[in-house]
Design a protein around this ligand. Structure first.
Ligand code: SF4
Ligand code: MG
Length: 336
């Protein structure tokens, strides 16, 4: 397909002492320039692995990757380390959950923001520093000229997260991947950081992949959502579709842990019981059948025998009929 970022039939497997982990199991999605895709799921759903693989940050000695990742016409799955290094920090960049591990304590914030700019643009250190000051200002750090020479520990958690955003955007990347960028922050700062990301996206025009376990976090900023469970995409659609007419029982469960948007619904929903399956030995059929409350509605033991397929475009990977998906949501999940 001609999408700006196109991921097709991606499989990621790593070998561990216990066996082969099927971390990503046949994933496909598209992302257009300037758009935001939210990838939502519990930890271990494969969402972080997917994005580390897009960036080429997986360990090639223990990881087996199959499928296609095409960024702006360039195939990334077979790309050399050299090619990927040229792209990372320049054309594609990442914001991590924990700014303390992403920023080195030994270098000033300004130097770390400037580094990708100096490396990829070939400018002088002085120009890099000027750019760092400009970026600190853009991400809302007060008195950037004074703060540029601070070390990360002199910044608050929220300021460090802003500095990491500055570092990610310094080369104006076409693709920005943010993995749980606000999880470590309190709710007020979370909202500020998400607003900032949204504003900067308008200015820079980057495509964003926002990875989170929290549907509430992405629903304000994303255009489209992909819900992942046990290494597979189980539902995709626009934010509006996912919030107003979610189709997959797992998405219904996730909505139950989204109190801010559906406060009146929350009480009626219980959190999803049980835990995600081990990816060393994923269950046959629908990966969600070990936790799903609707297998009887499908009947015939089909849920544990036959793997449901996620259609292209809007849809969900579940054996319930479209009518059942609609009526179950309206009658038992949505408030009356
Ligand atoms: Fe539940 Fe069956 Fe649908 Fe899987 S296919 S989500 S087990 S109803
Ligand atoms: Mg993760």
């Amino acid at each position: 397909s001609g999408a700006f970022l196109s991921v097709r039939d991606l499989y990621v497997r790593f070998s561990t002492e216990d066996g082969i982990v099927k971390a990503v199991d046949g994933l496909s999605f598209d992302l257009e320039r300037g758009k935001t895709l939210g990838i939502v799921g519990e930890s271990g759903s494969g969402k972080s692995v997917t994005n580390l693989t897009v960036l080429g940050l997986h360990n090639p000695r223990t990881t087996e990757v199959a499928g296609e990742i095409v960024l702006d016409g360039q195939e990334l799955t077979g790309a050399s380390n050299r090619t990927l290094e040229k792209l990372r920090g320049d054309k594609m960049a990442m914001i991590f959950q924990d700014s303390l591990t992403a920023l080195s304590p030994y270098y000033t914030v300004g130097r770390q923001i400037a580094e990708p700019y100096v490396k990829h643009r070939g400018v002088s250190k002085r120009e890099g520093r000027a750019r760092a000051i400009e970026m600190l200002e853009k991400v809302g750090i007060p008195q950037p000229k004074l703060r540029v020479d601070d070390y990360p520990h002199q910044f608050s958690g929220g300021m460090r997260q802003r500095a990491m955003i500055a570092m990610a955007l310094v080369c104006n990347p076409d693709l920005l991947i943010a993995d749980e960028p606000t999880t470590a922050l309190d709710v007020t700062v979370q909202a500020q950081i998400l607003d900032l990301l949204k504003d900067l996206q308008q200015e820079f025009g980057s495509a964003i992949i926002l990875i989170t376990h929290d549907l509430g976090v992405v629903s304000n900023i994303a255009d489209d959502l992909l819900v992942m469970y046990a290494g597979k995409a189980v539902e995709r659609g626009s934010v509006r579709q996912l919030i107003n007419e979610p189709q997959h029982p797992y998405t219904w469960g996730l909505l139950g842990s989204m109190p801010r948007l559906m406060s009146d619904v929350t009480e009626q929903l219980t959190p999803i019981p049980g835990a995600p399956p081990s990816l060393l030995a994923p269950p046959p059929g629908c990966s969600f059948h070990t936790r799903c409350g609707f297998t009887d509605l499908v009947g015939g033991g089909r849920c544990s025998a036959e793997r449901p397929v996620l259609p292209e475009g809007r849809g969900s990977a579940c054996h319930l009929t479209d009518e059942q998906k609609r009526s179950v949501f309206i009658e038992t999940i949505q408030p009356r």
